[in-house]
Design a protein around this ligand. Structure first.
Ligand code: 4AD
Ligand code: MG
Length: 460
């Protein structure tokens, strides 16, 4: 007999004479002549209740089953007469695969997120983290579906790169040189003797690769891990995170904002439709306003306004912010959240940022001061998307790189794309973990990624 997953079993909603279930014991309670065992197999939030009769030949062992033990159960699915569940399995056979001792850390009580982070290898076995990571899986699928339905091609951009896309210098170096004793030339490390013959690092963004492919395949996207050595201890930054980066040829900033709004709404509706059981757990235990937040995101038109207009609103707000706000300064999370949560009370898109706070590749506006950048801000989180129309005019791009002191030789191939058949094009990066925070109401980014990497923390 083939095993059936609990998710499938409960969906079919009809009795079955023979079922085989494999999973882990959540709880067990005994009553006269019976043991009731709650088994979960990770396929869904719900457990299935197993009724083990004292006539089972191994009942002695069964009645000692502890939380966390692995079991295989063959039996019959019947409508339950007891309260609390619609269906239960009358066990014909209970095979104990392995027993978990009492030292199993996930006994039946609520644990703090901080404690669970110290046992990140076990936390997916809890209801909350099981739900979070099932939603993460569904959301990944939904992203591919969104793009495929719109005829975007999926590109695998490299993990190891020789260029710094964002120009912010928050790079993890990749090297095979001996750290203590690297070869030197003129007093400096001689990277010509390194593995790639030059400096290499982990990618901070797949954008530059995506641009090359957009100018060949039209509409493309990447969806992969990115790495930033930012030493920021916030609840919204990790050193390794996943980013979704669409890039569209023949597309201006307006089209870019349209796609950003469409994908956020699509994914929110998708999760509301497909993950309701798991979402309800978060609405009950994590964020009471989750459902109204998600419905608001899915149904409202995102407010669009320029950076200059946003700065004016913040200055007039009368609110005391920790960081000053003035034209030319980057918006901080407190500013972003004020706008999304308090002022507009819905997602918004801010565009046309000052050029001095944005990377080299963003398209210069006619005012010579701002670039065609856009950020999408959502309630509770702040920035979830960052993107722009790209500078397609080679003279302007080269001038900008010179101003910023960038080594143009290293970017010869990027500049080539502006020499041969250059067209207006645009794209953005959607932070996948920030998206999950929005979907679940989880307020710390460390709790939406399986094994978070942050400064001084790389256990697991
Ligand atoms: O705004 P960012 O830096 O944009 C880029 O990397 C562009 N090259 C994207 C593009 O146009 N193709 O990052 C994009 C998003 C942010 O809005 C945020 O959601 C997320 O990536 N992000 C992080 N998420 C978690 N931890 C970090 N350290 C993050 N840094 C950025
Ligand atoms: Mg950004």
């Amino acid at each position: 007999m083939k095993r059936i997953k609990i998710s499938k079993l409960l969906k079919s909603n009809v009795p079955k004479d023979e079922v085989l279930i494999k999973g882990w014991v959540r709880t067990r309670r005994d009553s006269k002549g019976f043991s009731f065992i709650e088994v979960n197999d990770g396929s869904c939030l719900k457990n299935i209740q197993i009724v083990a009769d004292s006539t089972l030949n191994n009942y002695q062992d069964v009645s000692r089953l502890s939380t966390g033990s692995a079991v295989v159960i063959a039996g019959k699915l019947v409508e339950s007469t007891g309260p609390g569940q619609e269906w239960e399995v009358i066990a014909g056979r209970v095979e104990i695969v392995s027993l978990a001792p009492e030292s199993y850390p996930l006994q039946k009580k609520r644990h703090t997120d901080e404690f669970l982070r110290t046992i990140a290898h076990l936390r997916p076995r809890t209801n909350k983290y099981g739900a979070a990571f099932r939603i993460r899986s569904e959301l990944s699928f939904a992203i591919h579906k969104f793009f495929r339905d719109r005829d975007f091609k999926y590109i695998h951009s490299p993990i190891i790169t020789g260029s710094d896309c964002e120009g912010a210098g928050e790079l993890f170096k990749v090297t095979t040189l001996a750290l203590g004793n690297p070869p030197k030339k003129d007093g400096k490390t001689d990277y010509s003797r390194d593995f790639f013959g030059k400096e290499a690092n982990l990618t901070v963004s797949g954008q530059l690769s995506a641009e090359m492919f957009a100018l060949a395949l039209g509409d493309v996207y990447t969806f992969g891990p990115t790495f930033r050595a930012e030493n920021s201890h916030t609840s919204r930054h990790v050193a390794e995170f996943w980013m979704v980066e669409p890039e569209m040829a023949f597309c201006d900033l307006e089209g870019n904002m349209d796609l950003a709004e469409e994908i956020i709404k699509y994914l929110t509706s998708y999760i509301l439709d497909e993950c309701i059981d798991d979402l309800e757990l978060f609405a009950k235990f994590v964020d009471k306003s989750l459902m109204s937040t998600l419905e608001n995101v899915a149904s409202s038109d995102f407010r669009r306004l320029s950076y200059t207009a946003a700065v004016k609103i913040l200055q007039k707000s009368g609110k005391k912010f920790e960081y000053d706000i003035a034209f030319g300064k980057d918006l901080q999370t407190e500013h972003e959240r004020y706008l999304a949560e308090h002022h507009f009370k819905k997602p918004l898109i801010i565009f046309d940022y000052p050029k001095n706070i944005k990377p080299f590749y963003m398209r210069l506006n006619d005012d010579n001061q701002t670039v065609a950048a856009m950020d999408v801000l959502v309630p509770k989180i702040g920035e979830i998307i960052g993107g722009s129309q790209r500078e397609e005019r080679i003279e302007v791009l080269e001038k900008r790189m010179d101003e910023m002191g960038m080594p143009k030789d290293d970017y010869w191939w990027y500049l080539d794309s502006r020499r041969f058949g250059s067209v207006e094009h645009s794209g953005f990066g959607l932070g996948f973990e920030r998206l999950l925070m929005l979907m679940t109401g989880i307020s710390n980014i460390r709790d939406v990624i399986p094994f978070p990497r942050t400064p001084n923390s790389i256990e697991f």
